[in-house]
Design a protein around this ligand. Structure first.
Ligand code: 5GP
Ligand code: SF4
Ligand code: MG
Length: 464
């Protein structure tokens, strides 16, 4: 998971706006950040750094950068390690001029692409799959970049929400399956694209619509033009986990408010898994709070902010080792003994992956002398890995892949455990079942055949 942002204006400089847009997408990646633009000499420039946005980049420098189009990225590594070489934007000045790319998602045919490209002389500078897109462009040295990009995208498979900067303008592209979100915003004649619509709010821009799966937008002095990739798919695969966890609750994806969806998930959980006799509902903040509010509203129990989050500590998954991850939860979440002592609590979280968070928080609540703790998870058990841009652990580490619900409840120390079913989750999201990806819950991945080029000419020519 990563956050991408792009801005184009015909009358003012936008690099600082890209920084601000990225600040609203920081929840999508905390490992590195970067911004790129094309300078007056027609060369691509970028600043990148490791860590949170303010650690990685200087807002002051960007405020003085004379660029009317710029793109930016916050990274959470899923393909390729955590190192500065893999920080985005990935940039080059090649035969047809400058190019910079930011990408959210994972290319599922990256290994094949890489070996084909390497056999043709490509030298990869990073281990990131995004570089393959740049190499595909460079291998079409006689085509203008935009056309070369369309042809390159017809070759790649898997998940990509991309923003690209070339001399012809700012480009936004979303894979034909629609895995990762990508939103279009506008303020007057200025255009913005962002992983999530929440990034437009702070810039005073309005959210226009999602970039459609398989759509490519070219934005420049002539305005915005929409193109379609020559790839046909059977159906959409919008990531259901964006609604469960990744997206910010003030974003709208596929016309659905993430906040409302999470609230509905909590309501459904309360209907089908009530915890009769409990005194109150609490959440694992922040990710479980919206669903907990829905649970409380449906059950009639009060919601209490009984688990406190240290807001200066980032998302726990960011820490690389199990040891640090476990400490991270303790540093981050802290139950209030006064609220739990002698009471029966329902605890709601959005998801249970390894079981680390729930196990530690429940044991801390037990130390507070709670009478009982009923765990409610507002998504189905995560049983399968994600190949489309989320860093889910391998099967062996997923609690629900190895253990029954009763075993998980026992190992976590909860008096009861209940998950939302897949059907309830899909109903809460409110989009047709066959337009959502639910692979990490049910193991149904896109079949290798679900993508064919409507114009094989455009698709094969790069490698011919
Ligand atoms: P667990 O502790 O069971 O391994 O993970 C579940 C917790 O991690 C939940 O509180 C959920 O909000 C959060 N979570 C789930 N998926 C991800 C992810 O991909 N990245 C991060 N940072 N947190 C996640
Ligand atoms: Fe989203 Fe899960 Fe599908 Fe990955 S496998 S795209 S996390 S729904
Ligand atoms: Mg959480």
């Amino acid at each position: 998971m990563c956050g991408v942002f792009g801005a184009f204006s015909s009358n003012h400089f936008v690099a600082e706006e890209v920084y601000l847009g990225l600040s609203a997408l920081q929840h999508r990646g905390q490992e590195s950040a970067g911004v790129a633009w094309i300078d007056s000499g027609g060369r691509v420039n970028a600043i990148k750094g490791m860590g949170l946005l303010h650690e990685a980049l200087s807002q002051g420098v960007l405020a003085e950068t004379p660029a009317k189009a710029a793109i930016g990225h916050v990274r959470y590594s899923t393909a390729g390690g955590s190192m500065i070489q893999n920080a985005q934007p990935i940039c080059a000045n090649y035969a047809q001029g400058p190019v910079a790319v930011v990408h959210n998602g994972n290319l599922t045919n990256f290994n094949d692409l890489r070996s084909t490209l390497e056999s043709r002389g490509a030298i990869f500078q990073s281990t990131s799959d995004t570089e393959a897109i740049l190499q595909l462009l460079a291998h079409q040295p006689r085509r203008r970049p935009f056309e070369a990009l369309l042809r390159a995208l017809a070759e790649v498979r898997g998940a990509y929400s991309l923003v690209v900067l070339i001399e012809e303008g700012l480009v936004a592209a979303r894979d034909p399956w629609g895995f990762r979100p990508l939103a279009l915003g506008r303020k007057g004649d200025d255009y913005y694209v962002a992983s999530e619509s929440c990034a437009f709010n702070l810039l005073g821009a309005s959210f226009v619509r999602d970039v459609e799966p398989g759509e490519v937008l070219l934005i420049n002095e002539s305005g915005m033009t929409s193109y379609r990739l020559p790839v046909k798919c059977e159906r959409k695969w919008v990531c259901s986990f964006e609604f469960v966890y990744f997206a910010r609750p003030d974003s709208v994806i596929e016309g659905r408010s993430v906040y409302r969806v999470r609230q509905e998930m909590g309501r459904k959980l309360a209907k089908n898994c009530p915890a009769a006799g409990a005194d109150f509902v609490a959440s694992f903040p922040d990710s479980g709070t919206t669903a907990a509010l829905g649970f409380a509203a449906e059950s009639g129990m009060p919601f209490e902010a009984a688990v406190v989050r240290n807001r200066y500590v980032g998302r726990t998954f960011i820490q690389p080792t199990q040891k640090v991850r476990e400490l991270g939860v303790r540093i981050k979440l802290s139950p209030s003994p006064e609220l739990f002592r002698g009471r029966n609590a329902v605890l709601v979280d959005d998801s249970l992956v390894r079981g680390t968070t729930a196990g530690l928080v429940v044991s801390m609540i037990r130390e507070c002398k709670a009478l009982s703790v009923h765990l409610r998870i507002s998504s189905p058990p995560v049983q399968y890995p994600c190949f489309y841009g989320i860093d889910t652990p391998s099967n062996g580490e997923l609690a629900a892949a190895k253990h029954s619900q009763a075993e998980i409840a026992r190992s976590i120390g909860a008096d009861s455990l209940c998950y939302l079913s897949k059907d309830e989750m899909v109903e809460a999201i409110g989009l047709p079942d066959n337009s959502l990806c639910t692979a990490c819950f049910d193991g149904k991945y896109v079949s290798a055949h679900d993508a064919e080029c409507s114009s094989s000419h455009a698709c094969r020519e790069i490698f011919d």
